[in-house]
Ligand binder design. Structure first.
Ligand code: SF4
Length: 364
């Protein structure tokens, strides 16, 4: 009979969808990690966590998130803060554009929307720094909107569940469309926030990129691949050598004692980390062994930076470094509050010139 097969197939798929939702939610309720942003449904806190979690590991975010929310507990407090304070609290998370956009959006919400964050994904997307993923996450988790969140983890899980080959550029747009459609079809109509988080959690803790743990996977019975999915190789890391000067002197300011360290602000015109403070770059990346204070590796996106740090006397700084921005001698006890690059923070920490930003308990 014409049409019988599509109807039967629809019924089978529907049963599969219902089962998958149920198993996933049950597993999530029992197995989800206890993360600070899961302890309440405050839209502002969820927004902050979602921005921080973009391209940053959960372990790093847990620490920074609590400190950030202790300093900026509300959207209004964030909107009213100077940008340099926001960037300083973002130190260690990288990708500072996210912090700038978050700050900008908070100011917009306070000034133009009476401090009320939009409740629908479509409206959230109009705010600076909020894309489809973040908008869907806030709208579904905080406001219960039935809208699917599709991040890299979700894409991988759905591709494996369906047996779709991922990672080749040919047909990427068509595949993305299929993934979005499937995510929209699967989402739980009553518990969209938990369902989205469950799918992301499955990708982050069970359906791992390299070694999926299919034996403990709650949806294994409905998975087409069960670990046989081909993993796309990671892009090759590039290497670069850089060298910076660490110059420290005794404090000169009236009523100040202790040490000062020389920092340079990256010009606002740069596309990478504009306005952040770093150690002056040396003209010559080769540093004689006798002058070498430390070496370290620092990874940013697809580049491994092999960094040499030279101890430089203040009288020699001008001659051997590249002057690229405003320089300032900063008392060591004030350095932690500066908006530092991740590399500067790492070097100053290793040199014992940086007191850690105190952790503070999150306001409940
Ligand atoms: S069965 Fe394996 S491959 Fe399939 S979704 Fe679960 S963990 Fe991923």
């Amino acid at each position: 009979m014409p049409g019988a097969e599509p109807i039967a197939r629809q019924r089978r798929e529907s049963a599969k969808t219902v089962r998958l939702r149920h198993q996933l939610l049950q597993w999530y309720a029992l197995s989800k990690r206890d993360l600070p942003w899961r302890r309440n449904a405050d839209p502002y806190s969820i927004w902050v966590s979602e921005i921080m979690l973009q391209q940053t590991r959960v372990a790093v975010v847990v620490d920074r998130y609590q400190t950030f929310l202790a300093r900026f507990p509300t959207l209004v407090s964030l909107a009213e803060a100077p940008e340099q304070d926001v960037l300083a609290l973002w130190s260690g998370l990288g990708y500072y554009r996210r912090a700038r956009m978050l700050h900008k959006a908070a100011k917009f919400v306070v000034q133009q929307l009476d401090g009320l964050l939009p409740t629908k994904a479509e409206a959230l997307r109009t705010l600076p720094g909020i894309g489809a993923y973040t908008a869907a996450a806030i709208a579904s988790i905080a406001y219960g909107e039935v809208v699917a969140v599709v991040d890299g983890n979700v894409e991988r899980v759905l591709c494996r569940l369906e047996g779709w080959a991922a990672g080749n550029r040919v047909g990427e747009t068509a595949l993305k469309r299929k993934i979005d459609e499937l995510a929209a079809q699967l989402i739980h109509p009553v518990h969209p926030g938990d369902f989205n988080q469950a799918l992301m959690e499955l990708g982050a803790t069970v359906c791992l990129p390299r070694n999926p743990m299919c034996l403990v996977c709650p949806v294994a019975t409905d998975c087409e691949t069960q670990g046989e999915h081909k993993t796309v190789p990671r892009p090759r890391m590039q290497s670069r050598e850089v060298a910076h000067a660490l110059s420290v002197r005794t404090g000169r300011r009236p009523n100040r004692s202790g040490l000062e360290v020389l920092l340079e602000q990256r010009p606002a015109s740069l596309t990478v980390m504009p306005g952040l403070w770093e150690l002056p770059a040396l003209k010559n990346t080769i540093v004689a062994q006798k002058d070498l204070l430390m070496t370290l590796r620092h990874a940013i996106m697809q580049v491994n930076y092999y960094v040499r740090i030279r101890n430089v006397h203040e009288d020699a700084v001008e001659a051997i470094t590249v002057a690229a921005g405003e320089r300032r001698w900063v008392p060591v006890n004030e350095v932690a509050a500066m908006a530092l690059t991740g590399l500067a923070r790492k070097v100053l920490t290793r040199a014992h010139l940086l007191a850690a930003i105190p952790r503070a308990p999150i306001a409940q």
